[in-house]
Each structure stands twice: as C-alpha cells, then as structure tokens.
Design a protein around this ligand. Structure first.
Ligand SMILES: [Mn+2]
Length: 328
C-alpha cells in the first residue's frame, strides 16, 4: 500500500501535536472497526498520550476476547478532546450519536477503505484497494515506525480476518497476506480468534438462522435472493452476536445467485429497515447501496431505508436491482 511522504508527515504531525484523542467508528461496530480502534488506541497509549474509544453502539458478544475492548465507551470520558480519529466510516454520519460529542472545531483524521468515502476529514487516508482499515493501519504503523506488540497484532489480525471473510473475499490481496505474515510473528492464537468470531453461536442464534433461511426468496431470474429478520424474530430469538455474515454466507453460496440482500427491521418503535447487500463479484453492490443513500464496497455494502414497511422496502429494492441487472 502506497502512503505518500506528504501524507505520512501530516499524520505524524497530527499524532505529535495533540494529546487527547477521541477514536470512533461506525454504528454497529464489527471486527474491523473494533480491531482498528483498539490497535490505534494501544499505539497512542504506547506513545504516552491519552485516548478514548467512543462508539454509538456497544459491541456484540463475539468480540469480548479483544484486548482492551471493555474500555470502549458509548459516552466520552472528558469534555474536550484535541483531535478525533474516525475509522472505517465512509461518511461522518456513520458515527451515529458520537457526532453529539464531537466538537466541530477539532481536526479529524479519517482512515478508511470504503470506495464510497466522502473525504470528510482534515486528513484523509483512504485506500479502497485494501481489505480493511486494519490492513491500512498495519502499513501506516510501519511507515510511522510505530512499535508493534502482541495486543496490536491480535486486534489487526481480527479486523483483517473478518473483513476478508477469513481470507476468501475478492479484497484478499498479496498485500493482505504480506501484512498478516508479519502480524503472525507475534505468535497470536489464530484458532482461538476464529473460534471467538465464527464458532460462538448460541442455540437460539442457530434457530434464528434456520428460521431466516427457511423463508429465502428469489426473483424469477434466480439471480437475486433475499431474506429478512423481523422485529418479532429479534424479540423471540434475541441474537447475541451479529449474524449478518453467517446468513448472507449461505445465501451467497446458492448457485447462480449474483446479489443477495438481508432486510432487517430495526428494534424498537422506528419503521427503519437496515439492508445489507452482498455480491458474488459481477454486480457492484456499492452502487446499489448508494442509490439508497448507503455505501460500502463492490461486493459488500449496506443502506438504511427510513419510515417504510418491510414489504415495501423489499419490493422497492428488488425492483431496483432487477432494473440494474437488466440494463447490463
Ligand atoms: Mn472495514
């Protein structure tokens, strides 16, 4: 990964100049957000500076093994930070409630790998060719001569592993394996990390997956398949971990399916529907998500539709995808 000398120096000055950092990532934080936040926080603390991680939402159960994860807060510890580091967010709105605590005047370092990034930072390190923010951080830390330790290695490995679907998605490049080959020198427990993330289902999680998969729908061309998770299912099965990748992993492995979609009713009173898109590779689901004011990557993206029923959301989204596929 190429980081220009100008950018490297800008980031170096940014880290040198400030003392109290706020680190945040997107709503519903997952492996790459949490891993990159914890790795960066560790690096800043190793420099003898102060740093708090604040996210809009709590992390889910599968991440409790990450070193330092219990220090992550949903409200800031101090009133004013000197600077903010925003990770894994294509747009500043993705930080959710943390925006309420972010002083508009403080400088932002925006580090991301979403192709849809809006360059909202004062410094922007964006690389859409990189598997994950954790991979970006690996190369950045090296360039800045930041000292690695085992904690940083575990956190970076987790983010790279989860964003590449365990090194099998199209974003897995030579650079990814190069970074990981160095990270593994810290003798981290790879199977233990895998177990925590992917082999941590509760019985009710499995029953929920079963229920969701039973209702899989497809369009006439069989190129689009979709499933949904309703409020009632959430109430009944109370999933403790994020099941998006597990569920879409099954749907994506159906022969001939090009695009798969998970529609999820948000908990509580709102009528908002979260939509996650996955592509086999031929269809650019970032563009589809952007049509609905979302974004992400070519093969994995998401959007939120507001004030709409599940049924209407499905009709609207599937129709749009069909039109797009027909134009090709
Ligand atoms: Mn990511």
């Amino acid at each position: 990964m190429n980081i220009s000398i100008i950018k490297k120096n800008k980031i170096k000055d940014f880290l040198k100049k400030h003392r109290n950092f706020l680190i945040c990532a997107h709503i519903g934080p997952e492996g790459d957000s949490l891993g990159s936040q914890l790795a960066f926080a560790r690096a800043i603390k190793n420099m003898g500076k102060n740093c708090d991680i604040v996210n809009s939402d709590r992390y889910s159960r599968e991440y409790i093994f990450l070193p330092g994860v219990d220090s992550i807060r949903t409200r800031p510890k101090i009133e004013r930070y000197d600077a903010a580091i925003v990770l894994d967010c294509s747009d500043i709105s993705r930080i959710g409630n943390v925006a309420n605590y972010l002083d508009k005047k403080i400088p932002i370092l925006n580090i991301d790998h979403h192709i849809s990034n809006t360059y909202f930072g004062d410094i922007n390190l964006i690389n859409a060719d990189t598997s994950s923010v954790c991979e970006v951080l690996y190369f950045l830390f090296k360039k800045l001569n930041i000292k690695f330790d085992k904690t940083i290695a575990i956190c970076l490995y987790t983010g790279i592993m989860t964003d590449t679907g365990s090194f099998k998605y199209a974003n897995t490049k030579a650079s990814t394996h190069l970074a990981v080959s160095q990270i593994l020198k810290w003798r981290i427990d790879v199977p233990e990390i895998f177990r925590n993330i992917y082999q941590n289902l509760g019985f009710s999680d499995l029953k929920l997956i079963n229920k969701v998969l039973l209702n899989v729908k497809k369009d006439a061309t069989r190129k689009i398949a979709w499933v949904d998770i309703t409020k009632n299912m959430l109430k009944k099965y109370k999933p403790q971990i994020d099941l998006t990748d597990s569920i879409l992993g099954f749907i994506r492995s159906i022969k001939d399916v090009e695009v798969c979609v998970l529609f999820r009713e948000k908990r509580g009173k709102s009528r908002n529907i979260r939509i996650n898109f996955r592509s086999r590779g031929r269809v650019d689901v970032n563009k589809i998500a952007q049509h609905f004011d979302g974004g992400g990557h070519k093969t994995a993206s998401g959007a939120t539709l507001r004030n709409i029923s599940l049924k209407k959301a499905q009709v609207k989204v599937v129709k749009y995808i069909q039109n797009r596929l027909n134009k090709k």
